[in-house]
Every structure is written in C-alpha cells, then in structure tokens.
Design a protein around this ligand. Structure first.
Ligand code: PLP
Ligand SMILES: N[C@@H](CCOP(=O)(O)O)C(=O)O
Length: 465
C-alpha cells in the first residue's frame, strides 16, 4: 500500500514511513493511493467477528507487508484488551432508530484511545525493529493528549511533548495528562488556544531543524494516517450490528478536526452502505458554514462547554477536499494557499458531491445542555457534551425514521462535570475506578508563552539521551 500527499508534491510513502511522520513535506496530508473495497459478502461475514477480528480485517490491507499478519494480530489483540467493555464499542439504543456508539471505554475515556492505543503499539514495534528513537509532538484540546501519553508512555524509544491550551481544557482532561509520570513525557500548557497549538505542531513539521538530525518528528494527531485508519473500524462494527449491508445506516459525528467523520467517509468509500454522515459542530461552526454557504473560511475561536471541539482549523477537511477535487494535488495546494489568507469559495461540483453524503448542524451551549437534560430525563442515559451535540444533530437531521442513526459518543461524561451541572440534572458522573484518585495525584507541566521558539527550545533541551 502506498500513501500520497493531498498537495501532490511530496514523495509517496509506504505504511511504515507514513506511520513515522505527520505532515507531508509539501504541507499536505497523506492518504492511501487506493482504498481496499469490501463486497456485500465480505460485509456480511463481518457481522460474526469480534472487535479485534474486525480490526484485523480492515486494517491489514492498509498495513500491507510492513508488519507480518501474526504480529499485527497480536498488536491488535493487545490494543483492544485494555478496553473496559467486552464489546469494546457497545451500542446503546436511546430512541426509535436512535443509537449511541460508546467509544469511551478505553483507558482515557474518549474515542482517541481506539487509535492511540494502537498507534503506541505500532510505533513501539517498528522503532524496536529499526533501533530508532523519535520525538512525538502533539496538540490537544483535551483528549488526544492523554490518549497519546497513555498509548506511548511505556515506549522507551519515544520522547513525547503534548501542547495544550493553558486553562482551556477541563480539570479532568488536564490531570489525565499531567499526572502521568515518566522522564519522556512532557506537558506544555501554551498561552493560546488549540488552533495555536496545532499551528505550532504543523510549523515544526515544516522546519525540523530544532531537533538533532537523528530524531524524527512523529505526529499523534489525526494528521497521522494511522489515526484515521484505526477509526474506520468502528463504523463497520456498528453498521453490521444494525443490519448492514442489507440496511444502510447513518452516523452523526461530533466534529472538530474532521478526523473521526473522515474515517466514516472512508468506510463508505470502502463499501459500507452509509446513508448519511451528519457533521455536528459546536459554536465553532466552520464546517457547518462550508456546508451551508460553500465558503471555507477562518473564524475566531470561541470557548464552549465542549472544549475538545473548540477548533476552527479543521485539518482533515483537506483530505476530503482532495477527493472532492478529483484528487488534483495542485488544485488542493492552491486552495490551501488561498485559505491561509482568507475565505475560499468551493466549486459547485465539489459542494454538490459533499452535500450528497454530508449534512451539518450547529449546536450552541444552551442546546447542548438541553439535550443532555432531555436524554437523561427520557431514559436516564448520561451524554457528555460532545456526544450530546451529536445526538441533537441526529434528531434534527430529518432522516427517514426507518434509517438507524448512530451517534458517536466520543467521550465519557465524567470528563466534563461542568456541562453536566449546567444541564441542571440531578446526577454527578463518577470517574471509573482506575481514575478514582485522579485529583490526589501530583501534577507536572510547564507553562509556556505562545512562541514557537520557546516551545521548540523546551523540546530540544528536554530530549532523553
Ligand atoms: C470528545 C471529542 N469529541 C469529538 C471530537 C472531534 O473529533 P475530530 O477532531 O476527529 O473531528 C474530539 C476531538 O477532536 C473530541 O475529543
Ligand atoms: N479533540 C482533539 C483535538 C485534536 O484532534 P486530533 O483528532 O487531530 O488529534 C483533542 O481532544 O485533543
């Protein structure tokens, strides 16, 4: 399997190379040159597989011969063995044809564990084999950071630096990152927002000279292809449980960096009958505005009760644009240059294609809280604020009542007690046992100014020997 850049100028890479990088050298994102496709019969067979078996079936073609099948199987088995639910990603029904896919049973209580538990193990495997050390640099609005640290902390060949917006993640999210000890783990609280942190990560991939030449820089954000790959699996898992391929299924996806929903788009391209993908945003509604106005533009970031989605530069949208523009790398490079300076008007052809599959909905904080309360009062099911945005968008989608709609429940409510309190319901979500003493653990993090040079100097000075 070969991977090519969305901007058409960077060299094609194989799986191992794409795993060990982030942005392509032309600033683009890597995507598979061709996608594996599953037939009707293949998908019927998937209904009898457990989660690790299905993951193996879906992931193997993307990995190709980079890792022997038996080793990959063991890595996948170890990855999903750490989840706290036997089904790994259980489905819960909350209304007529309304389902919630619970993606928060991993170690850090968010969907990021699905990919980052795997990514950590894949990196460990290939770095041992290559006798190589790498530096991980990641930006987080709260969830990627802890999942990346949890996934990579045991890997002695990795130094990990996670940038989070200072005082803009929930207390639980911050502590999940800053209480993990280890000389190779560094949490940097940057005096800026998530977009600023993400921009620093991308700039560092553009110029890696701040690192010694023997240390590669690796991404843990969804700009790393391996993240997206792992997230495709649960779309198949949910859809076959609800009757695919005989019955199409729709998905409502709380969206920020467009990684999770892009994985759903790929599942459809690989043969899964997906009736619709609903882009559910909070008040940071860049993607909702693209869908409704055809204009892709920048917006001032606004803080919300769903902090993990406080994102206005939605990195993976570029991967979708690449397909919408017939995989024309030059066209995407030109569009992204335009986007750096202002609004971009997308072509009618591209938007026509997008609207055939995607719809969108914007959910401000008051509606998020109202949805948490409504779902709790109707069926005593507690949604976290991100998942509530997904459910609200699913209910507003106007889809025919005979199509099952699955909302991706992307995080556990206990990560966001503030939103639960604001919803006015009389329940307090408890952290699972393994995190019960989270507020008693000592924290370690570094507050840094919003300066790329300060962040890079900190990293260069804190590499392990
Ligand atoms: C809890 C939660 N929900 C939804 C999202 C949005 O996912 P994506 O960025 O892949 O669109 C994120 C992070 O981005 C998140 O942490
Ligand atoms: N919501 C994320 C933001 C980063 O997105 P990613 O999926 O590209 O890593 C977070 O919680 O950190």
């Amino acid at each position: 399997m070969k991977y090519i850049s969305t901007r058409g100028q960077a060299p094609a890479l194989d799986f191992e190379q794409v795993l060990l990088t982030g942005l392509a050298s032309d600033g683009g994102l890597y995507v598979p040159e061709t996608l594996p496709r599953f037939s009707h019969e293949d998908i019927i067979e998937m209904a009898s597989m457990d989660y690790p078996q299905l993951a193996q079936r879906i992931i193997e073609p993307f990995v190709g011969d980079a890792i022997p099948a038996a080793d990959l199987q063991q890595i996948i088995a170890d990855t999903y063995a750490v989840f706290r639910h036997n089904a790994v990603a259980p489905l819960t029904q909350i209304g007529h044809n309304q389902w919630v896919l619970e993606l928060f049973h991993g170690p850090t209580l968010a969907f990021k564990d699905f990919a980052l538990q795997l990514l950590g193990r894949l990196l460990d495997y290939v770095l041992e084999r290559r006798h190589q050390k790498v530096v991980i640099m990641g930006a987080t609005s709260g969830d990627t950071g802890s999942a990346a640290i949890e996934g990579c902390k045991r890997c002695k060949n990795i130094d990990i630096f996670i940038l989070h917006p200072h005082e803009r993640v929930s207390d639980v999210q911050r502590r999940q990152m800053t209480t993990v000890t280890g000389d190779n783990i560094h949490n940097l609280a940057v005096q800026g927002n998530f977009d600023d942190c993400q921009a620093m990560v991308k700039a560092s991939f553009g110029d890696r000279s701040f690192l010694p030449s023997d240390r590669s820089l690796v991404a843990v954000n969804s700009i790393n292809w391996a993240r997206i790959m792992a997230q495709i699996v649960y779309y198949f898992y949910a859809a076959v449980a609800l009757g695919a391929p005989m019955r199409p299924v729709a998905f409502s996806v709380p969206t920020g960096n467009f990684g999770d929903i892009f994985a759903g788009y790929l599942a459809r391209e690989m043969g899964l009958p997906v009736a619709q993908l609903i882009i559910a945003t909070n008040r940071n509604d860049v993607l909702h505005r693209v869908m409704t106005t055809s204009t892709y533009g920048r917006q001032a970031l606004q803080y919300s009760l769903s902090p993990s989605m406080d994102i206005t530069v939605s990195s993976n949208f570029e991967r979708l644009l690449f397909d919408l523009y017939d995989r024309d790398g030059d066209a995407i490079a030109a569009l992204m240059r335009e986007f750096e300076h202002g609004d971009v008007h997308l072509s009618d052809k591209a938007m026509g294609r997008a609207r055939n599959l995607f719809s969108s909905y914007r959910v401000p904080d008051e509606e998020t809280c109202a949805q948490i309360a409504a779902t709790w009062n109707e069926c005593e099911y507690l949604l976290d604020p991100h998942s509530a945005i997904g459910v609200k968008a699913a209910l507003a989608s106007g889809l025919s009542a005979d199509i099952p709609v699955v909302t991706l429940a992307t995080a556990h409510a206990a990560k966001f007690p503030q939103a639960i309190t604001r919803s006015g319901i009389n329940t307090e979500p408890a952290l699972p046992l393994h995190l019960a003493d989270l507020f008693d653990r000592p924290e370690r993090f570094e507050v840094l100014p919003l300066e790329l040079s300060a962040v890079q100097a900190f990293m260069a000075n804190n590499l392990s020997a």
